[in-house]
Write a protein that binds this ligand. Structure first.
Ligand code: NAI
Length: 386
């Protein structure tokens, strides 16, 4: 018998998750309170599948089969026979809690309930339910059908067997699954913060402009996109709130401090690609500045941002947010980093990482540059992460 999956929320994420499940032979019900959202979701999926047929990635029958596996509905009652419900509605604790209470009252006792939240506490959402043992986070990345990584987030109450079951369902859907602690940003959205934050700081110090920082990270680090073009792609509003959620959730750890430059852009509506302008101008015929291709400067920028990324990865390991392997896999698969950060740290040498952070700390007297105790311990022991 095929798995009965319900997805609540027919926005970008809900529709993508539904496509993944339906493409893997699950019967899917997508529920949304907005009829317009349901209509958009359906027509968008049809055009995505048509494109896949044109590109010969799937054939016409497969496309029809995927569509026939999905039922778009505005009736919450339709989730009642589900084996698994994934919530992907608006990012608001109170609204999610109300929905989870309602979900719990509709489904059978053995149905697994999951949230796709990016920044809220999974335990907080589960706290309103009578049986929190069947609740967990299943965090997909956008666009869900293309991004292989999924973070699963158990709470202290989540049943271990159900967690295993969910991992095997997701792996069956072709996903790479990592397990993260229920903390703000989980793995990827936490460890990636310095990619943006340190780039912004370098710009604020007048060391280099946006184009030069992007060039340095691509040229010397092998990153597919530079921090500023990536922030413009993600949206400065979305990226800023992700930083703020991690900063607030870590008791204002200076490492994750949001940038005033980014806030200003957000407040001015300079959100990036979606608004036509952010760090760069996306309007027709716009001329954007060329990078200043000074290799010595470029290497310095890359080394500084990488040292901060590595420190964040070590911090995640030190806080038991995930295992060494899951941290490295998550960054390679979730944000396409060219290497796992802990592996990269070993390759460069932990000594030089600590030296770089110490230099920045004494120069700026800013606690964001304090080397993580685990990194220092490894250096003292002459150790490595692998
Ligand atoms: P969205 O705004 O595109 O879609 C949300 C949908 O939920 C809307 O269609 C809305 O009508 C519907 N909705 C709101 N309240 C509802 C309710 N009470 N009952 C039924 N439907 C309701 O949002 P998006 O981007 O798809 O995000 C959804 C969730 O996924 C959020 O929790 C977000 O943090 C998370 N997420 C988003 C990612 C992204 O890149 N956009 C990545 C990973 C997770």
């Amino acid at each position: 018998m095929s798995l009965l999956v319900s997805v609540i929320g027919a926005g970008a994420m809900g529709s993508g998750i539904a496509q993944v499940a339906a493409s893997n032979d699950s019967a899917v019900t997508i529920v949304d309170s907005s009829p317009q959202a349901l209509e958009n979701s359906q027509s968008k999926l049809k055009s995505i599948l048509n494109r896949l047929v044109e590109k010969r990635k799937i054939n016409k029958e497969e496309s029809q089969h995927i569509i026939s596996n999905i039922n778009w509905s505005s009736e919450m009652n339709e989730i009642s026979n589900s084996n698994l419900v994934i919530e992907a509605i608006v990012e608001n604790m109170e609204i999610k809690q109300i929905l989870f209470s309602q979900m719990e009252s509709l489904v059978s006792d053995d149905c697994i309930l999951a949230t796709n939240t990016s920044s809220l506490s999974v335990a907080g959402i589960a706290s309103v339910c009578n049986n929190p043992s069947r609740i967990m986070g299943i965090h997909f990345f956008n666009p869900a059908p293309l991004m292989k990584l999924v973070e699963v987030i158990p709470t202290n109450e989540t049943d271990g067997d159900l967690l295993k079951e969910v991992k095997s369902i997701l792996e069956g859907w072709g996903k790479t699954v990592v397990t993260a602690k229920d903390t703000p940003g989980f793995i990827v959205n936490r460890v990636a913060r310095p990619f943006y934050g340190e780039a912004l700081k370098i710009y604020e110090e007048g060391i280099a402009d946006f184009a030069t920082v992007d060039w340095a990270m691509k040229k010397f680090g092998g990153f597919r996109m530079g921090p500023f073009e990536l922030m413009d792609y993600i949206g400065n509003d979305v990226n800023y709130s992700a930083t703020k959620a991690v900063y607030d959730g870590t008791n204002h750890d200076p490492r994750y401090k949001p940038s005033a430059t980014q806030k200003k852009l957000m407040d001015e509506g300079l959100l990036g690609r979606k608004s036509g302008k952010g760090y760069f101008d996306y309007s027709e015929n716009a001329v954007n500045p060329e990078p200043q291709k000074n290799e010595e400067l470029g290497r310095k920028i890359f080394k500084r941002i990488l040292a901060m990324l590595i420190n964040a990865a070590v911090d995640a390991l030190n806080e038991s947010i995930a295992t060494r392997d899951d941290i490295d896999t998550a960054m390679k698969t979730g944000v396409n980093y060219p290497k796992g950060l802990l592996k990269w740290a070993d390759e460069i040498g932990l000594n030089s990482q600590v030296a770089q952070l110490k230099e920045l700390h004494s120069k700026f007297e800013d606690d964001r540059y304090i080397a993580n105790p685990l990194l220092i311990k490894k250096v003292e022991e002459n150790g490595t992460f692998y």
